[in-house]
Design a protein around this ligand. Structure first.
Ligand code: 5AD
Ligand code: SF4
Length: 444
């Protein structure tokens, strides 16, 4: 029997995966397993996987190869693959010849104990059924990823936007929202435990909607409810789809100073032609109008984005549109990727992946170089300001310094004057790099 068996979870990919791993830890702990934070002590290793790009999957295959070699050296471990790649590649994983005992998709975490009983009986076990209802809303996640100050709360699952490049609607299934009472309770409990920041997570949080006998809770309503828990609790959210980012939400943000002045708004491309092929359902003009509205309501709000270089049929002119949009929007930061074809997606069925690798690479480099400049400029503009910083802990580089974040989600490093994680301090910004602000405490 697995009772008492020590398990370890290794997590790859997005914040949603990290949040899911905390749910998995809770399910297994309730079933009598023992959580350990070191693979070396574990009898069961679960790998929570990501399929978003080919590179992410390659990394996981490499890890499985390593674990296979480890097990062959007579280490009696069980290995499970969970998450998006499990959903997408169940048969390949089970038949790979690597030591994979268990495969479970993102909606199958409740039945993990049952699946593991099958594994104990000497069989391979798998469940990749997707659900239209599962939100795990009654499960109290084990917050083991956390620094004790900030935490994620997942408020919905799945995605039905079907952007042409994206595998998520296939690996995570139908979009469904979680009961707002359970979200507010989780946030309030975290606050009582000393947490000072929560990030509400979903693939497209703006389409959050809960209907209880005709009483509808929208995303702006939910943000208001979470922000009302305490002015000392910072609230963030990610990620927003530009087509759904409403002024209602911006007005709620304005009315709560503890809702962070930071919006992540994935643009993907600056070319209307490419946006149409991507099935993003907004134009460059619409996007820039949303940015103008954010800045109108909150001039101090930072803006981050996701950009894909080299989507199918992208021309030099389309790429130039992305560059000019970046300049116009003046992003404070960005996640930038080269297009990676995913089988099953609309793009893989309809459009050839015809931008040569070297062209994708050159365009991505240009995008990264520009963002580096934009981030440097944005950070330089903060020099001289006094900003409220939530302390997260010691700086990685030097124990004499603390690190924390501004409301705009910028990292600030400053000399340690005895503050503790979870404290709010006012920091005068004295210097910057493209990635960090430096400062000194102005007041406590
Ligand atoms: N290739 C490259 N980037 C992708 N993303 C999603 N799918 C792909 C893909 N097939 C990027 C998008 C998305 C982010 C999470 O990952 O920019 O917003
Ligand atoms: Fe993928 Fe688009 Fe859904 Fe984001 S909104 S998860 S990019 S399909």
């Amino acid at each position: 029997m697995s009772e008492g068996k020590a398990f370890y979870i290794e997590t790859y990919g997005c914040q949603m995966n990290f949040s899911d791993s905390e749910i998995v830890a809770s399910v297994l702990r309730d079933a009598g397993y023992q959580f350990v934070d070191n693979a070396g002590q574990a009898g069961l290793i679960l790998i929570n996987t990501c399929s978003i790009r080919d590179k992410a999957e390659k990394r996981i295959w490499k890890r499985l190869r390593e674990l296979h070699a480890f097990r062959k050296k007579n280490h009696a471990i069980q290995i499970g693959v969970i998450g998006c790649m499990a959903e997408r590649l169940k048969d390949e994983l089970l038949e790979s010849g690597f030591s994979v005992d268990l495969v479970a998709g993102p909606d199958a975490y409740r039945v993990l104990p049952t699946l593991l009983t099958e594994v104990d009986g000497g069989q391979k076990a798998a469940n990749i059924e997707l659900s239209a209802e599962e939100t795990y809303d009654d499960i109290q996640p084990v917050k083991y990823h956390s620094n004790g100050v900030s935490s994620f709360i997942s408020i919905m699952r799945g995605c039905e936007n079907f952007c042409a490049y994206c595998v998520v609607p296939f690996t995570r299934g139908r979009e469904r929202s979680r009961d707002p009472r359970t979200i507010v309770n989780e946030a309030a409990r975290l606050f009582d435990e000393g947490f000072r920041e929560v990030t509400l997570l979903g693939q497209n949080v703006n389409s959050y909607r809960w209907d209880a006998d005709g009483v509808v809770t929208s995303f702006p309503d939910l943000m208001g409810q979470v922000a009302a828990i305490s002015p000392m609790l910072r609230v963030r959210f990610t990620t927003s789809h530009p087509k759904d980012l409403s002024d209602d939400l911006l007005r709620v943000m304005v009315s709560y100073p503890n809702i962070c002045r930071s919006v992540h708004l994935a643009v993907q491309s600056g070319s209307n032609r490419v946006l149409k092929l991507m099935n993003r359902r907004y134009t460059r003009e619409w996007y820039l109008e949303r940015v103008a509205s954010i800045r109108h309501y909150m001039p101090d709000c930072t803006l981050s984005t996701d950009i894909i270089a080299g989507f199918c049929s992208e021309t030099d002119e389309d790429h130039a549109d992305t560059i000019s949009l970046m300049q116009e929007a003046a992003f404070d930061s960005a996640f930038m990727f080269r297009y990676s074809e995913r089988s099953g997606t609309l793009a893989s069925k309809r459009y050839p992946d015809d931008v040569p690798d070297e062209v994708k690479a050159a365009r991505l480099s240009e995008i990264i170089a520009l963002q580096q400049k934009l981030s440097a400029r944005s950070n330089r503009a903060d020099i001289g300001k006094v900003l409220e910083v939530l302390v997260e802990g010691s700086s990685k580089r030097s124990p004499d310094f603390l690190m924390g974040r501004t409301s705009g989600n910028k990292v600030v490093v400053f000399p340690d004057r005895g503050n503790k994680p979870g404290d709010y301090v006012m920091v005068k910004i004295t210097g910057s790099t493209p990635a960090t602000l430096k400062g000194i405490i102005a007041a406590v």
